[in-house]
Design a protein around this ligand. Sequence first.
Ligand SMILES: [Zn+2]
Length: 488
Amino acid sequence: MFRIVGDIYDRQKLIENWEQERLLESEVAVIGSGTLAHYLLAAIAGLGIGKVKIFDNRKLTRADKKEGFLYLLESKHPPYRSKALEGMIRKINQDINVRGINWRFLYPSSTKIFEKENVIIDVTNDPISKSVVLEYGEKNNIPVILASADENSGKVYVMKDYSKVREEHLLAEYYGKRQGIIASGIIGGIICEEIRKILMPLDEEDENIEEFHFNAFSKDRFGKEEVPSFLRKEETENDLLVEKPEENPKEKRKLKDKYVFMVGAGALANFLALGLAKMGIGELNVVDYDRVDITNLNRQVLYYDSVGTKKVYALTEKLRRINRRMIIFPIAQKFTSRFDSYFRKHRPDLILDTVDNFRTRYLIQKFSYKYEIPLISGGTGPFSGQVVTYKPGETTCVNCHLDLKKGAEEEKKILEEYGCLQTLPSVVTSNLIIASVMLNEMRTILLPEIYGPPLNGVIYYNSKGRKRLSILRSSNICRCHEKYKGVK
Ligand SMILES: [Zn+2]
């Protein structure tokens, strides 16, 4: 029998000054039921915020299945979207007192429904709702987070200092737009970390950001730049004013022919696989030999009912509910040098590296050199992370950036001395953010004609950084893969 030990917060309780009780006693209101709300709510559930109210007044229809991912996982069909979200969030974390409320913030009097919320988060694309909530927050001196997203961009404003309220905080430019998977993942993760900082700051430097911007078409990605610089080269000023189609059918058709190989089925992989399924990737092969453990559940949000099951099978089962057309091939094995024959036979369009040790990361890198397969490597700590995109001959490799070889040697020494690697703390937010950044960079490999060339450098996430996400560019392109030419 598989024995359940520990609790779902074990891995975040390892963090210095973390007070799980404080989060469990906190109360938040989330307004909205679109894709951004799905990611935010899943992250809130992982974090273990005790009391969550979800406000939305829209009915749940068949067409809603296109939005987010929680409606696809929910087998029941309550009449309202807020109720469907309530049901799913309760599944992800049973400790949470969650309530879906059929409500819309249309007039100042609509705020009479609020009770003792510690923070109110509006993730609609509705400026009226935002103005009502903002006024309430200002009057009652309650922190309010205003955020919106569309298919490829998003913004967050953290309102604690109401002396600086501006019209742009209502995010009217997002009105009526559809919220995309990648933008919602990045924005949802950023918001969740800001909520955590409001409810449970870990030290004096653990401060809120005032605003955060994301734009997939911007060279800076996370800057304030409004005009997509990548497009600026080819398109005229006027063309830029024409909005991009919200869901690009051509993009989906092209992704249907793509085949992705993913190493690992943990926290990063949960959000990556979810994104791949939603984006319409043709085939995903995923390798991992681990079973779902209760201490995974604070961040591996798709495994809520799968403790004891092999992760790749639990993942496959959930992905099939999200995208029935995607071919998913689970490989319940340890990733070793034996996979050489796999890569010789199959040539995936991309390898996603989501592992947590240098040894495996270096092995993945070597396969990427040898078979000249593009690689996107992501890693996280509780408050940090990094993403490297490697396209042989076009960018600098992961090893040149992060010295995997040296890391692997140090790991070996620790293993020889202690017999195992230390259990490291882990939270949902950094994993959601990094996985979403990886999905965004993935499009430069799979759809360069739309998203431009791959980024040569490292994208860093730092929860205490001024910008949260920043890019360290490299001017060099390494030739490491050439050493493997002709190697059998
Ligand atoms: Zn290199």
